[in-house]
Write a protein that binds this ligand. Structure first.
Ligand code: ATP
Ligand code: MG
Ligand code: MG
Ligand code: MG
Length: 463
């Protein structure tokens, strides 16, 4: 089954159960400055769940474009390393606003997987929240799921959109890709491997989290999300998302435009992933820049450009991938077709700008790495790359990780402070280094100069 056929089969299935088909909303959440990007299908319905907005329907279905590249759900660092994570992906979902609850949500999902898609039950594993006896009974007694492929988990089965907003216990459905792949079943020590891949999350929306605590929602509701690329991988008999139909033309185009010959190179996947998020963020009105959402876009673009460079591209290549993306996804997203020329122009401009410093920055970085006595890249190098060569810190970190190095973030912060002192002393304007970074295994650095309240919130969410 092609990806587009799966998307359509899903929406039709829920329409046949009385759901209203609702179009994907923008990647920029319309009414929520606390959220960096739309990271799930429920985002456009947030106020409906909270009882603050009403719609002419009580159940809905959608295929939502999502970006997870910052904030609570950030998969940027996973891209190229796991079989299942993208920065941009499509989430298929069904929603009940105070209409049906757990039983129907579970029944519908099981029917879709085992009857419409005809997946064998022995391949499907299920988890519920540790406290959820009701969901366990529905799965084991009513759906007949084997207790061997079922478990109760804690944090993994409590879903929240962000630090605030609607949330609730969840039930996750996994697919076993077979013993050739590393990874243990959900809840086991190796469950972050890629053998048992989570395909669908059913959230039993019951609470709202706010700064003051957790309260019951006016009506228990349902929010589900299934990654289109993950279910397509299963239906197409492949293991990773990058082997599905939607990615083939893109990967070929990346190889062609960069001159790469090794089709297994993970950089190919990173670039193919990143052109999707970059193009769709531009479609939704984001331009590369130095703050908040704009800076996230710039970071993704520069990572992609660096990976392309590594694959062998010696001149602008990234913008050329837009044409292939439009061919692949233009039918589902007409706005992509309409804005093709504009998207190309914006990406090309960023490529031209970064090209001026990328090569010199890489030379400096390589020289610094050659000089290393240990595996820690000094903070002043990280700062110089950032300050003079336009390398976002996570880009430097991406390169460091490939070479099994870590960044000295404390040293970076000190270099940044020294720079601030110097610019104050010189009486010049404050520079625009307003990002907040927190990277695993490193110290936190918080920048300055937020121009608006929203930028402040968003900057905090940029991890
Ligand atoms: P994982 O544990 O694999 O990171 P998740 O629990 O974070 O997934 P959810 O927040 O439950 O994911 O999102 C609902 C569904 O969306 C997932 O079951 C999965 O099919 C899909 N999905 C989530 N993150 C990604 C991603 N980065 N790329 C592609 N699909 C994703
Ligand atoms: Mg995740
Ligand atoms: Mg999960
Ligand atoms: Mg999940």
């Amino acid at each position: 089954m092609k990806s587009t056929e799966i998307r359509e089969a899903f929406l039709k299935f829920y329409e046949s159960k009385g759901h209203q088909r609702v179009a994907s909303s923008s990647l920029v959440p319309g009414n929520d400055p606390t959220l960096l990007f739309t990271n799930a299908g429920m985002v456009q319905f947030k106020d409906v769940f909270l009882g603050q907005e009403s719609r002419p329907y009580k159940t809905a279905t959608s295929s939502q474009r999502c970006v997870r590249a910052g904030g609570k759900h950030n998969d940027l660092e996973n891209v190229g390393y796991t079989a299942r994570h993208h920065t941009f992906f499509e989430m298929l979902g069904n929603f009940s606003f105070g209409d049906y609850f757990k039983r129907e949500a579970i029944k519908y999902a099981w029917e879709f997987l085992t009857e419409v898609l005809q997946l064998p039950e022995e391949k499907l594993w299920v988890t519920v929240h540790i406290s959820d006896q009701e969901a366990e009974d529905i799965w084991l007694k009513e759906m007949g799921v084997s207790a061997e492929r079922f478990s109760r988990l804690d944090e993994d089965n409590f879903w929240q959109m962000g630090d605030t907003g609607p949330c609730g216990p969840s039930s996750e459905i996994f697919y076993d890709h077979g013993e050739d792949v590393f990874g243990g079943p959900p809840g086991s020590p190796n469950d972050d491997g890629d053998r048992y891949i989570e395909i669908w999350n059913l959230v039993f929306m019951q609470y709202e989290r706010s700064a003051s605590g957790q309260a019951e929602l006016p009506n228990p509701s349902i929010d589900t999300g299934m990654g289109l690329e993950r279910i397509a991988a299963i239906m197409q008999g492949v293991h990773t998302n990058y082997e599905i139909d939607m990615f083939q033309a893109l990967l070929q185009a990346v190889a062609k435009e960069t001159g790469a010959t090794d089709m297994e190179d993970k950089s190919l996947r990173v670039v193919a992933d990143h052109i999707r998020s970059c193009a769709f963020l531009i479609v939704d009105g984001i331009l590369p820049g130095n703050e908040g959402r704009a800076y996230v876009l710039r970071r993704i673009m520069r990572r992609a450009i660096r990976h392309g460079n590594k694959l062998g591209a010696s001149s602008a290549f990234f913008y050329k991938l837009v044409a292939t993306l439009v061919k692949e996804m233009g039918d589902a997203y007409p706005e992509l077709v309409e804005q093709q020329a504009q998207i190309e122009k914006i990406i090309l401009a960023e490529e031209q700008q970064f090209a001026k410093t990328l090569e010199n920055g890489m030379a400096i970085l390589n020289a610094a790495i050659d000089d290393l006595q240990d595996n820690v890249l000094p903070g002043d190098v990280v700062f110089k790359l950032y300050d003079t060569y336009g390398f976002p810190v996570d880009l430097t970190n991406d390169i460091a990780r490939e070479r099994e190095l870590v960044l000295d973030m404390e040293g970076y912060e000190l270099a940044m402070q020294a720079q601030r002192q110097r610019s104050k002393g010189a009486g010049s304007f404050e520079l625009d280094y307003n990002q907040s970074f927190k990277m695993e295994g490193s110290t936190e650095f918080t920048g300055h100069t937020d121009s608006t309240a929203e930028a402040k919130v968003v900057a905090l969410l940029v991890e």
